[in-house]
Design a protein around this ligand. Structure first.
Ligand code: SF4
Length: 231
C-alpha cells in the first residue's frame, strides 16, 4: 500500500441525516469492487488508485479535539474502512474514539475488520455502536482483500459478548448474497440490520442487481430481527 500523509483543513463532514462523518483515511486496502467511495476519493482527493493508496490525515485527532461538540453523532467512516490494515500502525481510529468519547459524542463505527476488537475497551467505555458489513458468509471475489466473513462474524460475536451495541450492514446485496444464511449466523449478536442494494453501477462499470425485498422481509420476520431496508 502506498501511504500519503496530508494535513487536513477540517475533519467533520455533515451528512444529510444530521450525522457527522470523519474520514481520517481516504483509500482502502480492502479494495471491494463494488465500493463507490472510490468515486468520491477520485472526485475530492484526486485519488486514482483507491485499492493501493491510502491518504492519512495526520492532524485528524487535533482537528477533532477542536471541532467535536457534545451530543454530536459521529460516524467513522464513509470513505474508507477505519480498521483497514494501516490502522494497526497509525492508531488514528483508536485516538479518535478517545477524543470523541471524552467530548460526549455518540460514536458509530462501520468496518469489515476484526481489528476493531483491539479497541473494545474504549468502545465499551463510550458506549459506541459498532457495525460489520457482511454481504456473504463465504469469501467472494468482490471482497478480495477484506477479512474473511467468518472472522467478521466471530468478531461481532465477541463484541456482543462484551456488552457492546452492534449491527449488521448487509450491503450491497449481490447475486451471491445469502441473506438468510447471514441472518441465521448473526441474529444472536446483532441488535439490528441494514439492507442495501448496489449503487453507482454505471460509474463503477458493474452489473446492476435488484435484491428481493419480500424475501428480506420474510427472513426478518422469521428470525425476528429489526430490519431497515434502504432501497
Ligand atoms: S471496506 Fe468499505 S471503504 Fe473499503 S473498499 Fe470495501 S466498501 Fe470500500
Amino acid at each position: 500500500m502506498n501511504v500519503k500523509y496530508i494535513r487536513a483543513k477540517s475533519i467533520l463532514t455533515k451528512s444529510t441525516l444530521g450525522k457527522y462523518t470523519i474520514n481520517h483515511y481516504v483509500g482502502c486496502h480492502h479494495a471491494c469492487t463494488y465500493c463507490y467511495a472510490r468515486l468520491y476519493g477520485k472526485k475530492y482527493y484526486g485519488l486514482d488508485d483507491w485499492d493501493n493508496t491510502v491518504i492519512v490525515k495526520q492532524n485528524a485527532v487535533q482537528l477533532a479535539r477542536k471541532s467535536v461538540k457534545p451530543g454530536m453523532t459521529v460516524w467513522m467512516s464513509s470513505m474508507s474502512d477505519p480498521y483497514q490494515p494501516i490502522e494497526a500502525k497509525e492508531k488514528l481510529t483508536r485516538q479518535l474514539i478517545g477524543v470523541l468519547g471524552a467530548k460526549g459524542a455518540n460514536i458509530e463505527i462501520l468496518t469489515k475488520s476484526p481489528l476493531v476488537l483491539r479497541d473494545a475497551d474504549l468502545i465499551k467505555r463510550y458506549d459506541a455502536l459498532v457495525g460489520f458489513t457482511i454481504v456473504s458468509t463465504r469469501r467472494i471475489d468482490a471482497e478480495r482483500r477484506a477479512p474473511h466473513p467468518k472472522a467478521r462474524i466471530e468478531a461481532l460475536k465477541k463484541l456482543k459478548e462484551n456488552g457492546i451495541r452492534t449491527y449488521l450492514f448487509v450491503g450491497p446485496i449481490l447475486p451471491e448474497t445469502d441473506v438468510e444464511e447471514i441472518v441465521r449466523q448473526t441474529h444472536k449478536y446483532a441488535d439490528f440490520y441494514y439492507f442495501d442494494r448496489l449503487r453507482h453501477v454505471k460509474e463503477l462499470g458493474i452489473e446492476p442487481f435488484r435484491p428481493d425485498k419480500a424475501e428480506i422481509m420474510r427472513v426478518a420476520r422469521e428470525y425476528e430481527i429489526k430490519a431497515h431496508i434502504l432501497f
